[in-house]
Ligand binder design. Structure first.
Ligand code: FAD
Length: 511
């Protein structure tokens, strides 16, 4: 057993690198299962995958993008390069142990019941982390006082739908794969997979849309085949960040816009105001919907969602379309079919209404099983507390499970810019580790998380995605207040009310 550092960080994607930077004075050890940093941007992206958040929102507060005013969305390779530059600039790569997968964690602390959460760095080891090096059978154990889990919600473990008996992939004569398999292919392999093939894609989220687009690009010309997307729930998709000539942020990302939305700890009178303002909230959603229905052929292709736009926004699901996605549909290269259930037959896919789609290749763009990653690592009884009491992860300030001592989770409760939310929470964690402030009682923290989850539940039917995008400014206000920072950070009230907040507003001026 080795004990070199007090803090372990598991994962070196955006969240893990943000945590390593903010906790660097403690010389943390970052265990990374693969041979490189970047997480999903390295292992879960396609040739055409781009960031969907505007560049200036997906930026570390002390490390601006070289071309931060460039309005184009950076590619996954550009994001990786930006992250590398950041990690190199702040010299955090030296903390990362590559090819080191955490396979198990054991609790070795004192679990006598207390009303308080306790200090993150108490001088006593609390967790043992079991690490397996790539290609080795041996598990090495390391003891730590504090563990930060940054293993991500996406990638690593595919979510495979359940199929009725004798209608699973085994009856299909063609090839079935998940987007995760597709990400591992090089360009030659993807061309061979898609070119001239009848491809069916299940799903209509970001990966499904990007894949259908790549499939269309491979099938140009008269010999090209059509790629068919099978869609259960259409989502509101967005071509760019402007609505009827107004910047998109005006609808959801300013204090004035978020004033219309519920937020945790808002009190009785604010609840009343929120109820009174709900018609305005609905109107904002309708304005966006009317624009999207006007500018995109959603009705033509039967893709107009049945739910309000706000519900997709509030669940952090708002795919940005590749520029000429619908031009490819107009050319007949992408087709859309709605179905709530499906299965395979020998020659392709059978939908719930009996329609059959011939296929050579079927790609499941059905998402990832992020929970399984945590369940595999976290020991009992803490595993059963991961989603206690409401069936969703109760994370105080998006980071601390009040019932799991000396462990933090970064990257699990999302927002429009996951980089920004990860960074500000890691700043908060670093000050908490330094005992610059104390956490409230466990009861109060649990109460806050339950309230936050209730708001998500009231705002969107897709609440299980754990997203705070409709009250993100308030969420960060509370983090600032706890750190002893000023929450309102603009230079005048006009900017405070009507300009968007991004990472730059939270640069460490107070340090
Ligand atoms: C296609 C796609 C597009 C996206 N677009 C956007 C966007 O536009 N804007 C936005 O804000 N967010 C977007 N996201 C969400 C994205 O996941 C986050 O922005 C962010 O990159 C997540 O970083 P992370 O570090 O939390 O997780 P990840 O990137 O998943 O990194 C987790 C890391 O942990 C490692 N790991 C996992 N298990 C272990 C283990 N047991 N031991 C050691 N290491 C382990 C993994 O190898 C990985 O390196 C997108 C996601 C995807 C998949």
């Amino acid at each position: 057993m080795e004990n070199r550092s007090k803090i372990a960080i598991i994962g070196s994607g955006i969240s893990g690198i943000a945590a390593a930077k903010q906790l660097r004075k403690h010389n943390p050890v970052v265990f990374e299962a693969t041979g490189c940093i970047g997480g999903v941007w390295k292992h879960c992206a396609f040739r055409t995958t781009k960031l969907q958040t505007p560049r200036c929102d997906y930026e570390f507060s002390d490390f601006p993008w070289a071309e931060r005013d460039n309005s184009s969305f950076p590619s996954n390779m550009e994001i990786l390069e930006y992250l590398h530059q950041y990690a190199t600039h702040f010299d955090v790569l030296k903390f990362v142990e590559f090819d080191s997968k955490v396979v198990e964690i054991r609790f070795i602390g004192d679990r006598r019941k207390s009303e308080e959460y306790g200090s993150l760095l108490s001088g006593q080891p609390v967790w043992e982390v079991g690490v397996q090096k790539t290609g080795s059978e041996t598990v090495q154990w390391h003891a730590f006082e504090f563990v930060v889990i940054c293993v991500g919600k996406y990638g690593d473990i595919p979510m495979i739908p359940k199929f009725p008996q004798s209608k699973g992939p085994e009856v299909f004569k063609g090839k079935v794969l998940h987007t995760l398999d597709y990400c591992k292919m090089n360009q030659e392999e993807t061309t061979e997979l898609l070119k001239g093939k009848k491809v069916v894609i299940f799903g209509f989220k970001k990966s499904a849309i990007d894949l259908a687009y790549e499939c269309a690009l491979e099938n140009q010309g008269p010999e090209g085949q059509t790629c068919t997307m099978v869609i259960r729930t259409p989502r509101w998709t967005v071509p760019h960040y402007s609505v009827w000539g107004l910047p998109f942020y005006m609808f959801y990302s300013t204090r004035a816009a978020q004033f219309l939305h519920e937020r945790p700890n808002q009190g009785f009178f604010r609840s009343l105001i929120c109820t009174a303002l709900s018609p305005m909230r609905k109107m904002a959603s309708k304005i966006v919907e009317s624009y999207l229905t006007w500018v995109l052929p959603l009705e033509k292709y039967g893709l107009k969602p049945d739910h309000p736009f706000e519900e997709d926004y509030a669940s952090c699901q708002m795919p940005i379309l590749p520029e000429d996605f619908f031009s490819e549909a107009d050319k007949g290269k992408i087709d859309f079919k709605r179905a709530s259930k499906w299965g395979f037959y020998e020659g392709g896919v059978e939908l719930d209404d009996g329609r059959r789609l011939e296929a050579d290749v079927v790609v499941l763009a059905t998402g990832f099983d992020g929970k399984q990653k945590l369940n595999a690592m976290i020991p009992d009884p803490f595993r059963s507390l991961l989603e206690f009491p409401s069936g969703m992860m109760p994370l105080y300030k998006g980071t601390i499970n009040p019932l799991i001592p000396n462990m933090a989770f970064v990257g699990f409760i999302e927002s429009v810019s996951n980089l920004h939310t990860a960074e500000i929470r890691c700043k908060w964690l670093s000050r908490l580790a330094d005992d610059k402030f104390k956490l409230p009682s466990i009861e109060k923290m649990l109460g806050d998380t339950v309230e936050e989850i209730d708001i998500m539940k009231r705002t969107t039917r897709f609440y299980k995605r754990s997203c705070i995008s409709t009250f993100s400014i308030n969420h960060t206000d509370e983090i600032c207040e706890e750190m002893g920072w000023k929450a309102w950070r603009k230079s005048n009230w006009l900017a405070e009310a009507f300009s968007p907040y991004n990472s730059q507003d939270y640069a460490d001026k107070e340090d």
